[in-house]
Structure formats: structure tokens, C-alpha cells
Unconditional design. Sequence first.
Length: 157
Amino acid sequence: MHAAWCEVRSSGASVGLMREASRVPAARDLTRAGLASWSVRGHGPLAVVAIKGEVDLAVAGRLEQSLRDLELDGVQTVEFDLTGVTFASSTALALLLRAHERIGSAGATMVVVIADGPVRRLFELTQLDRLLNVVRDVPYDGRDGSHQAVDTPTPGA
């Protein structure tokens, strides 16, 4: 069996090498990690996880580790901003379900922000929009720290 090494990139920085075997998709398919980025930051009782790009098996492990590292003490709401996500696989959905369970066990609330488009349709088709608190917009007033989820109606609906 032929094996080679390919570089895996995330947010433009090399994060390591991955072994590629002949039974595995071509190297360019394995480097999809370069198409996703995320940030995890806290603002007192609010934690924001902003994700951009394609979320699939290639990035799910590192993203899930970032979420496990998120300290939930004192956090009341965890906002997942998926407005920049262009593709989400079933692995991404499973990751969000595990996060929902962990956040709920910590006594916090999870809000998932998804704009209209293919990713939102995925949540609707799988009915995760009924299980998770999925909204179109979350205005944040930084002056007083208030944070209120608002589901903006779809134009023409």
C-alpha cells in the first residue's frame, strides 16, 4: 500500500502532518481543515463560539477540543455563531449535540445563530432547529452586557 504525508492547515497555519494512504481520498481533500476557522471567547456570563468555513470530519476533532477547553463556570449563555459556516456535515451536527448536552449539564443555555441558507436548511431538514435554540440574529448591546436572542422573521414569511 502506498503511503505519503500531507500537510494539514487550519486558518493558514500548519497544524501538523496527516498520513495519507491509497485508500484515503487525495491529499487536497484531506486539507479541508484550511477552509475552517473558529474563535472561542468569553464576555462574563456570555461565551461566543464563532465558526467560519466548512465544518466536517477534517476539523471536527480540533474544534471539539476547543469546545472542551471552554470554561463554563459563571457562563449563562453559550452562543454558537454559525453565520459564517458555508458547509456543515453530520459530524458538525453531532458535535453541536454533544456541546448542547455539556452546556445544559453545566446549567447554561446554548443559542445557535444561523442565517438563512444551506446550513439553516440542514438544521430544518434534520429538525435540529426544534431541539436546539436556533435563531437568525443575536443582537448584543456591549454597553450593559445584555444579550437577547431574537429570531428575525424571514422576509415574505
